[in-house]
Ligand binder design. Structure first.
Ligand SMILES: *Cc1c(COP(=O)(O)O)cnc(C)c1O
Ligand code: SF4
Length: 397
């Protein structure tokens, strides 16, 4: 843990340790794999190099230099996570906002750029160790509201992180309450992406400002907004403690809607039964299954990555074993440069094996929902490893 913890961020809390991890099943326990650094996350040579530096008590600068070299090999900045699609208002780039899809603006509040515990497979790992400083405007509040006002086509605001639920209610209020103004009536849907239900459900139940948070949701709902809590659940066990079930009930009592989304990850949830159990439990508790993601091409993909064909097989087997109420989920989906690319399946086209894909969401609305084909590749894990079935480029290239 010390060796891998030098390279990747590590953070865990008492709730994850006491309530989620099954210590009888460590190291294979999925919740242990989800939060504790694993030796397989590093290439064996890299692991040995850092281990020997630690063992010989090497100076910090020497360890940092070796770690920095490893970081460079791990694609720390996939697809310009925060630098692409930054909107411009009055000639100024508005850092902390991202506007990629016409109807939805992403908002990264500065104080929400951390999490209660860290997922080992985190796609924002580089930011959590101080690399790729989040470019968040200091006056994000005013910028956000002015930008939304200037864009009547925006129906959705998606607050994301890190985890915006690490923020105090008072701060969230400053960002969210102004959305009630009549000038922002076009912003109908407020989504909050969070892992707090899994890692710290106390946020909605016993934290000092849990009640005021629920009042804030109520107020937004009463003002006619659709409030959606986009809950990151990787495994059914995260939904089974009394605390999380109480948190879900309390959120629902405000009129807010819960939706579930998560990546499919080796060692954590790479079996179809895990997903069908998860979706069934979500339906039972009134959480709408929404997305299964393919993990981005960053960090320890050697350890967590799942080939696209396997992700699709897991998705199909799970999807076909739940009732229609669970089939609101879409995926497996890659959030890539052209948009969200869904793997619809593997088939044969004129005698050639092929992936069938479509864009669920795209920079260009006219690209959405057009099936297209790629050559089948059993090892491919991401869009950039796929070749078009015919011709030398995909239609969006
Ligand atoms: C996923 C995503 C959204 C939301 O897309 P929906 O299809 O509306 O859920 C918005 N912006 C970005 C950059 C995204 O990746
Ligand atoms: S909840 Fe999301 S941002 Fe936070 S550690 Fe997990 S993957 Fe990273």
């Amino acid at each position: 843990m010390r060796v891998v913890g030098e390279v990747f961020p590590f953070r865990v809390n008492s709730y994850v340790i006491d309530e989620l991890i099954d210590w009888e099943r460590v190291p294979n326990d999925p919740l242990f794999q989800l939060t504790f650094p694993q030796p397989g996350m590093l290439e064996p040579d890299d692991f040995l190099r850092i281990a020997s530096l630690i063992r010989m008590d090497a100076p910090r600068t020497q360890i940092a230099a070796a770690v920095g070299k490893i970081h460079e090999t791990l694609n720390p900045h996939p697809a310009g996570q925060l630098d692409d699609n930054v909107p411009v208002l009055d000639g100024q780039r508005l850092w902390g906002l991202q506007h990629k899809y016409r109807e939805t603006v992403l908002f990264f509040p500065k104080q929400g750029q951390t999490c209660h515990a860290f997922c080992t497979y985190c796609f924002r790992w580089a930011q959590f160790i101080g690399q790729d400083e989040l470019r968040i405007a200091t006056d994000a509040n005013g910028d956000l509201l002015r930008y939304l006002e200037s864009r009547p086509e925006v129906t959705d605001l998606l607050v994301t992180g890190g985890d915006p639920m690490v923020m105090r209610t008072a701060l969230l209020e400053r960002f969210l309450e102004p959305l009630i103004q009549p000038e922002l009536a076009h912003v109908q849907n407020i989504r909050i992406g969070t892992k707090a239900l899994a890692y710290w459900p106390q946020r909605f139940v016993t934290d000092e400002d849990a009640d005021s948070l629920l009042r804030l949701f109520e107020k937004l709902v009463a003002a006619g907004k659709h409030v959606a809590i986009m809950a990151h659940f990787s495994h059914i066990r995260e939904m089974q403690t009394p605390m999380v079930q109480e948190a879900i009930r309390r959120i629902q009592s405000t009129g807010a809607v819960l939706r579930g989304q998560s990546p499919v990850v080796s060692h954590v949830n790479d079996r179809a039964e895990i997903w069908s159990d998860l979706w069934r439990e979500q339906v039972r508790q009134g959480v709408v299954p929404y997305y299964m993601f393919v993990p981005r091409n960053t960090g320890s993909r050697r350890y967590f990555g799942v080939p696209l064909v396997k992700a699709w097989t897991i998705f199909r087997d799970a999807f076909s074993s739940v009732s229609g109420l669970g089939r609101t989920v879409r995926g497996p989906s890659m959030s890539a440069a052209p948009g969200k690319v869904e793997v619809l399946g593997v088939t044969e086209v004129a005698g050639q094996q092929a992936f069938v894909l479509r864009l669920l969401q795209s920079r260009k609305p006219e690209w959405v929902d057009r099936p297209f084909f790629a050559k089948f590749d059993p090892d491919a894990m991401w869009l950039d490893e796929l070749q078009p079935l015919t011709g030398d480029r995909f239609f969006f290239e």
